[in-house]
Design a protein around this ligand. Structure first.
Ligand code: ARG
Length: 465
């Protein structure tokens, strides 16, 4: 084993490191994607060092110019990784040294990779989370637009996957818009919690040169600083929260995927995915599979895995930084990538999918109006508990005779309760049933349009809701 290139922390280490350990220890192959955050952090840090007189203004300018050149190399795909580049922090500093000489050695004054990595991750994640939020809002806009356009389409509403009551298709669509709207609010709040600054906390005990941390926060666009250095370097709650957020949002995606997989089956035939989001079978020529939806449902498990895996790592860590924490990045990266892709694919599926309103309507049946029949009697003054029972008897009568409920005669109904009149025929309208549910939040046209309107105001940043 050769001594190899000089290590950043090599001073007191004399023995060579097992090359397997070197590879095991390294995070560069995944944390290099934070190169920009790392360099931006170092530029601000150079300025803070100069502001305190720890380095001169000329040294600051040379450091910043050098860091800018390192950035250009990354952007041009010209940055060359070398053996010994353990992580993105060591790689950037090594390259800076090659470009500007020994002055690069002043950059890390008072700083540790512990406060550095926590800062890089927060810079990186707040930016990615904002992009994800934009994708999520786009998805909400797509489903809301669809709900507005297809307001007149009726479908069976289900509980227990049993046909329950007629509803508007738009009401169903908007139920997911609301789940995602809450996801969007949660993510906005989370971005605020991500956006506080650990830098200037040193390895754990604080900064030895009284660096101006408020200045650093301002330079880096943080809303404030973290007020305890031990907490600053070891807190990864923002990662845990993000992973939970991602899991919950994927759960909502997975649930609509499951609904649409069912609705696209031959037995239902309510919807048909665009070719762009389905595939054929290599064996059965007639098949058209909803692969996009199945992948969305499947990827939910993957994101959950990221969350639970990281929580297991996180739970046993003593104060403060421990190398276990290096295991925070891959789940975070993977969740960001999965969410980013999933949100865009879901929007694509929803904006291109065909619906079959006649099939949907044909699935409605008179028995789904049994509640309306009970409500008819309620409007005639009969107590609901009683009407529920009477309507149940009508359901049974129709079942026994193998006819649809609306085919029972007026006399049949009158035999069940004297309050039934000729106007009972008015119950057998799906539209009436739907329009009766006109309290806010219901499936009546005006209630659904009101929801749509509230969502559109919110999407246009008019808030309220
Ligand atoms: N690559 C490390 C990580 O991702 C950076 C921090 C290393 N700090 C240390 N004391 N070894 O966590």
């Amino acid at each position: 084993m050769s001594a190899g290139p000089k290590k950043l922390w090599g001073g007191r280490f004399t023995g060579a490191v097992d090359p397997l350990m070197d590879a095991f220890n390294a995070s560069i192959h995944f944390d290099k994607r934070m190169y920009a955050a790392d360099l931006i952090g170092s530029m601000a840090y150079s300025k803070a060092l100069a502001k305190n007189g720890i380095i001169s203004e000329q040294e600051r300018d040379e450091l910043v110019a050098g860091l800018e050149n390192v950035m250009k190399e990354w952007e041009a795909g010209a940055f060359e990784l070398k053996p010994g580049d353990e992580d993105i922090h060591t790689a950037n500093e090594r390259r800076l040294g090659e470009l500007i000489g020994p002055l690069a050695g002043k950059l890390h004054t008072g700083r540790s990779r512990n406060d550095q990595v926590a800062t890089d991750m927060r810079i990186w994640l707040r930016e990615e989370a904002s992009k994800i939020l934009a994708h999520l809002k786009e998805l909400i806009a797509v489903i809301t637009a669809r709900a507005e356009k297809e307001i007149d389409v009726l479908i069976p509403g289900y509980t227990h996957l049993q046909r329950a009551q007629p509803i508007r298709w738009s009401h169903f669509l908007m139920s997911y818009a609301w789940l995602w709207q809450a996801d969007a609010e949660r993510l906005s709040q989370l971005i605020e919690r991500i956006n506080v600054l650990p830098l200037g906390s040193g390895a754990l005990a604080g900064h030895a040169f009284n660096i101006d941390r408020d200045f650093l926060a301002q330079e880096l666009g943080f809303r404030g600083i973290i007020h305890n250095s031990l907490y600053a370097v070891s807190d990864r709650d923002f990662v845990a929260e993000f992973l939970f957020w991602a899991s919950l949002t994927m759960t909502h995606i997975s649930r609509i995927a499951e609904d649409l997989i069912i609705y696209s089956s031959g037995e239902f035939g309510f919807v048909k995915l665009a070719d762009a989001y389905s595939t054929g079978s290599s064996l059965m020529p007639q098949k058209k599979n909803p692969d996009s939806l199945e992948l969305l449902r499947g990827k939910c498990g993957r994101v959950f895995g990221n969350m639970s895996g990281f929580m297991m790592t996180y739970k046993g860590i003593p104060s403060t930084y421990n190398k276990d924490l290096q295991e925070d990045k891959e789940p975070m990266f993977d969740a960001v990538d999965t969410l980013s892709g999933s949100l865009q694919i879901t929007a694509g599926v929803l904006s291109t999918m065909n619906i079959f309103p006649e099939k949907m309507r044909a699935s409605l049946s008179a028995d789904m109006l049994a509640t309306d029949l009970a409500e008819y009697l309620v409007r005639k003054g009969v107590p609901f508990r009683e009407t529920h029972h009477i309507s149940g008897a009508a359901v049974k009568m129709a079942e026994d005779r193998n006819v649809s409920m609306h085919e029972l005669s007026i006399d049949d109904f009158k035999s069940l309760h004297p309050s039934f009149g000729d106007d009972v025929a008015s119950v057998w309208s799906f539209e009436t049933s739907i329009e009766n549910r006109n309290a806010p939040g219901g499936t009546a046209r005006c209630s659904v349009l009101d929801q749509i309107n509230k969502m559109q105001v919110w999407l246009g940043e008019g808030k309220t809701l």
